[in-house]
Design a protein around this ligand. Structure first.
Ligand code: GLA
Length: 394
């Protein structure tokens, strides 16, 4: 694939093949721990082998030119260092522009660049295509500009770009998983302290199957911000009587003792944040002792809590997971990511994967009226320069 991309790069930007470097950042899937990151709880995501490739070459013009194979209709977007502000007509290119602006703010050299992107993550499916393009750009510029920032600093920079430059109030999970992922491992991350541990993802005779509702996530951002605000309001009330910095520090027993302080809506939202954090820690322990059956039960409870207490699922995600729960090859199934559409994550016995995709797909199309998409995914490493050795081993 990289030789083809190089060819396209040359056709687009001219010159010969010299001096082109390639970088890669994965997408991510979260196994459990949903809407816990901005509540100071734990998450358990992993990086995927699908992701975003970026080919780059330095030039002697003071301009940066961006092109994405995934959005040919926007053509080449050219920006100068004199104006790196957010521009809605730049669409997808605002993500890498935001990262470029962050490096500019650090006083990095204002080098001319030609960059070609190619992503294998379905866009807007909740598999972190935006964190992926942010991190691939951050790792690339860090190398080209010789900044020497460590990977965690690039993760934080990317989250900051997403929050301040793009204007999406997300937590740190996506950028962390995309930046710090490790092959064959899930990451248990404490989002309050950023302490983390890699847990070997031993799935034996099972595969990870992602099912995409293909539902357009219309009002997702405002509903996301609303959930966040309700949890923050609940925390502020609890802080009047408890010495806590986040909901992630509470056990469900401690929360139960204080629910009278909260409105009915705040009670539900806080209950999800607290119980989901407990489930995530228990799921990590189950994974460590190789108890996939327990892991699968916790995935189901997680979905139910997201459906009933956090109310971020909807008919599409519910239909997909219910069909999955009813399939004999399923070990666990739940929605993954922010919700309101997007994808489910399923642990399915390998022998049943084909049948799973057919039957769950049929049940979905029958109820919803359009098709779901399925991807059997592998767990890969975090954002990095793509070496020739890696290319040869593909
Ligand atoms: C989105 C956000 C993450 C996280 C999840 C929900 O993916 O970007 O920070 O909050 O939703 O778990």
């Amino acid at each position: 694939m990289i030789p083809t991309l190089k060819q396209q790069f040359i056709e687009l930007f001219g010159g010969l093949g010299e001096g082109i470097r390639t970088f890669f950042a994965p997408g991510r899937v979260n196994l459990i721990g949903e809407h816990t990151d901005y509540n100071g709880g734990h998450v358990l995501p992993c990086a995927l082998e699908i992701g975003t490739y970026a080919l780059v070459r330095q030039t002697d013009k003071p301009l940066v030119r961006f092109y994405s194979q995934n959005f040919p209709e926007t053509g080449v977007i050219t920006v100068s260092y004199g104006d790196l502000s957010y521009r809605s007509e730049h669409g997808w290119a605002n993500y890498p522009k935001g990262i470029l602006a962050a490096f500019q703010a650090l006083g990095s050299p204002e080098t001319g660049l030609d960059i070609l992107y190619y992503g294998t993550i379905p866009n807007g499916a909740g598999l972190s295509s935006s964190a992926s393009i942010e991190l691939v750009t951050a790792v690339m510029l860090n190398k080209l500009f010789g900044r020497g920032l460590d990977q965690l600093e690039l993760v934080k920079m990317s989250q900051n770009v997403e929050n301040k430059y793009i204007g999406v109030n997300c937590g740190i999970m996506d950028q962390f998983a995309v930046g710090m992922g490790k092959q064959h491992c899930a990451i248990l991350l404490n989002c309050q302290t950023l302490e983390y541990r890699y847990l070997p993802l031993v799935l034996d005779d099972c595969a990870i199957v992602i099912a995409n509702t293909n539902k357009k996530r219309g009002l997702a951002d405002s509903a996301y911000n609303e959930r966040r605000a309700t949890c923050e309001a609940a925390l502020a009330k609890l802080q009047n009587v408890l010495d806590i910095a986040s909901l992630g520090e509470l056990t469900s027993a401690e929360l139960d003792a204080c629910t009278h302080l909260l409105s009915p809506l705040e009670q539900k939202r806080a209950r999800h944040a607290v119980t989901e954090n407990e489930r995530t820690l228990e799921a990590a322990r189950a994974l460590e002792r190789g108890d996939l059956v327990r892991f699968g039960e916790l995935m189901k409870q997680s979905h139910l809590s997201l459906r009933d207490d956090y109310e971020v699922t909807g008919i599409e995600l519910d239909t997909l997971v219910e069909a999955a729960w009813g399939h004999e090859g399923t070990i666990g199934a739940r929605m993954t990511g922010a919700g309101f559409g997007g994808c489910t994550v399923n642990i399915v016995k390998k022998d049943y994967v084909q049948d799973f995709m057919e039957r769950v797909g049929n049940a979905y199309a029958e109820t919803i009226g359009y098709e779901a998409s399925f991807y059997v995914v592998n767990v890969g490493g975090g954002a990095r320069e793509w070496t020739e050795m890696e290319e040869m081993s593909r």
